[in-house]
Design a protein around this ligand. Structure first.
Ligand SMILES: Cc1ncc(COP(=O)(O)O)c(C=O)c1O
Length: 415
């Protein structure tokens, strides 16, 4: 089994290469507010727009539930809109969503591949709808003639997807909108835990040569003194064992678990931890952009031609620092569990908000099971990416062999 980080991890190399990137980032902006998460930034944007009970917000059928939870947490109603084969809002498709008197719309640059936004902006302007540009996957990039994050009334981003941090999001205001007032500090203990979890992840993946062994000793000592054990998985190191267990036990209604992120309100009205603010300022950005582009291109070249899959976008666009490499899989259920068991860093948005409808012509619901989001972050080496590609090739070849075998078993019956 591969033991690869699903998301960036802290190490000495976080400070390698040029500090600034040629590709613009929402973090370059002086007015950006660092929040506890991307979902918190969405909630703050909605609140700044004075959206509350009874208001309607347009949201995509292809989503992570964390995009919808802030809408519902504020009492507003999510109205789902269809997306097309490139992940853009399908404005040309007939859909009741487009005639809904909505107050706001959330549109995302999925996978870090910047979407054209001019037509979405024009649509919102024509109807008096505020646009929340979701750059959770696109901390860097340019979309048309603007930098990513300059099209929405508000733009949000998620820092854990791009930086070696375990908390953090961004919020920026455009188009004459007011920035949200300064946010409260999180408690010292929460901030300390955030730094410790990020460093523990770096140690676990041996990214801090010279310090890995003493840190292991220190973390094991602290864990033992608290009657715990050292975190075994990345999830435990990121979220801590207790919170993770609490989240998992939050009941069978999945919306309760997603909404818990907004209760109490202090969870989304605080700013990012000191560690996250430090890393956001000092992590070297060119390395993040260059290595993500390199890893994406390598994955694309290795999976092209494999049976039963196709790249959604075979080359990283010039103006993108991809979050993941999106791969369409013809028969996802045949291989998904094996892909996970092999330790391939993969995400899939198969948990859909319960009220999300089936819409004619929509690609979003199909994407939620058929699209595998494969990790291509900067802390995966070339060798790691080769291992991901060959593990995937093995799984697909095996699935293909089984299909051919079952066809040949069937053939005699037709003779
Ligand atoms: C498109 C999109 N928007 C928003 C979010 C929420 O970001 P965060 O996890 O930082 O709360 C996510 C999280 O996966 C996401 O994928």
């Amino acid at each position: 089994m591969l033991d690869l980080p699903r998301l960036p991890v802290f190490g000495w190399s976080s400070f390698a290469g040029p500090r600034r990137s040629a590709l613009p980032s929402i973090l370059d902006r002086d007015d950006v507010l660092l929040t506890t998460s991307g979902r918190a930034a969405i909630a703050l944007a909605l609140r700044a727009l004075d959206i509350g009970p009874g208001d309607r917000v347009l949201v995509p059928t292809y989503h992570c539930p964390t995009m919808i939870a802030p809408v519902v947490a504020l009492g507003a109603l999510p109205v789902f809109f269809p997306i097309d084969g490139s992940g853009a809002p399908a404005l040309d498709l007939r859909s009741a969503a487009w005639d809904t008197p909505a107050r706001a719309m959330i549109a995302a640059h999925y996978f870090g591949l910047p979407q054209p936004m001019a037509n979405v902006r024009a649509f919102c302007d024509a109807r008096g709808i505020a646009l929340i540009e979701d750059c959770a996957h696109a901390l860097f990039g340019r979309s048309g003639e603007r930098d990513v994050g300059r099209w929405g009334d508000y733009a949000i981003a998620s820092l854990t997807k791009f930086l070696p941090v375990v908390d953090g999001g961004c919020l920026a205001a455009n188009a004459g909108r007011e920035q949200v007032p300064a946010l409260a500090r999180q408690s010292r203990i929460v901030q300390l835990r955030s730094a410790a979890n990020a460093i523990e992840l770096g140690m676990k993946h041996r990214r801090l040569p010279g310090l890995n062994a003493p840190l292991r000793w220190i973390f094991a000592g602290v864990a033992a003194s608290r009657g715990n054990r050292l975190a075994h998985s990345d999830e435990e190191a990121r979220f801590g064992t207790e919170e993770h267990a609490e989240g998992a036990a939050a009941g069978s209604d999945p919306t309760r678990r997603w909404l818990a992120d907004f209760l109490p309100a202090a969870k989304f009205t605080s700013c990012a931890s000191a560690w996250t603010r430090l890393i956001a300022r000092h992590a070297h950005r060119e390395r993040i952009v260059a290595l993500r582009r390199r890893n994406y291109a390598l994955l694309a070249s290795r999976v092209t031609g494999l049976p039963g899959v196709r790249a959604i976008c075979a080359e990283p666009p010039a103006d993108a620092a991809p979050y993941v490499f999106p791969l369409w899989v013809d028969e996802p259920e045949r291989i998904y569990q094996r892909v996970r068991k092999e330790g391939i860093p993969v995400f899939r948005w198969d948990e859909v908000w319960p009220s999300c409808p089936d819409l004619e012509g929509d690609r979003g619901k199909l994407w939620s099971t058929h699209v595998f989001q494969l990790g291509c972050h900067q802390d995966l080496s070339l060798e790691d990416v080769e291992r991901i590609a060959s593990a995937l090739a093995g799984i697909l070849a095996d699935a293909d062999r089984r299909t051919s075998r079952s066809w040949s078993d069937l053939t005699p019956a037709f003779r």
